[in-house]
Design a protein around this ligand. Structure first.
Ligand SMILES: [Zn+2]
Length: 174
């Protein structure tokens, strides 16, 4: 959990207090309260020919580990916009969101706890090319799924996809 020592508003020393059972800190000078909420993040579950789109992380934390393409929401950004933007940045693919898949909370990213919103999306343009935060971007079949998945929420998403949407991993015979 991120711990601020000083008030980000006035630089006075923060004091911790018990807020109905939740430990928070506040500023005795200006009244600022550090709520320490999780950060919202969003990403796209994209299937093509029975394979799921994965990216390999180009930066720490979890350098070299794989994730479903996702990233943190910018201020005032709709999570759906975040998901489409991050996918373009990391894979160069243009996608259209078709629905919400699931929402997870992630508590194993050293930067911050997160709420991860994953959408289903279809490719509508662009050519697959890893860039920005991704060193590789690949569509992988179920049995090629990466073993080194960066975060528990993404591992859970794969588990939920294979459990509840097994047909998406199969190539349509027609
Ligand atoms: Zn203050």
């Amino acid at each position: 959990m991120a711990v601020y020592k000083h008030c980000p508003m006035c630089a006075a020393e923060l004091v911790s207090f018990n807020d109905n059972g939740i430990k928070r800190s506040h500023c005795p000078r200006c009244g600022f309260i550090h709520y320490n909420n999780p950060a919202p993040a969003a990403g796209c579950v994209v299937f093509q020919d029975g394979k799921l789109l994965w990216v390999q992380r180009a930066h720490e934390p979890k350098l070299g580990y794989w994730t479903i393409p996702a990233g943190f929401c910018e201020w005032e950004e709709n999570p759906a916009e975040t998901a489409v933007r991050e996918l373009k940045e990391e894979t160069n693919l243009d996608v259209k969101i078709t629905g919400v898949f699931r929402i997870y909370n992630g508590n194993d990213d050293p930067r911050t706890n997160a709420i991860l919103i994953l959408y289903f999306a279809d490719v509508v343009g662009g050519e697959l090319k890893a860039s920005d935060d991704a060193s590789r971007a690949e569509f992988l079949g179920l049995h090629e799924s990466p073993e080194n998945i960066a975060f528990e929420s993404h591992k859970q998403a794969l588990h939920d996809l294979r459990t509840h949407y097994p047909e998406k991993f199969k190539v349509d015979a027609n």
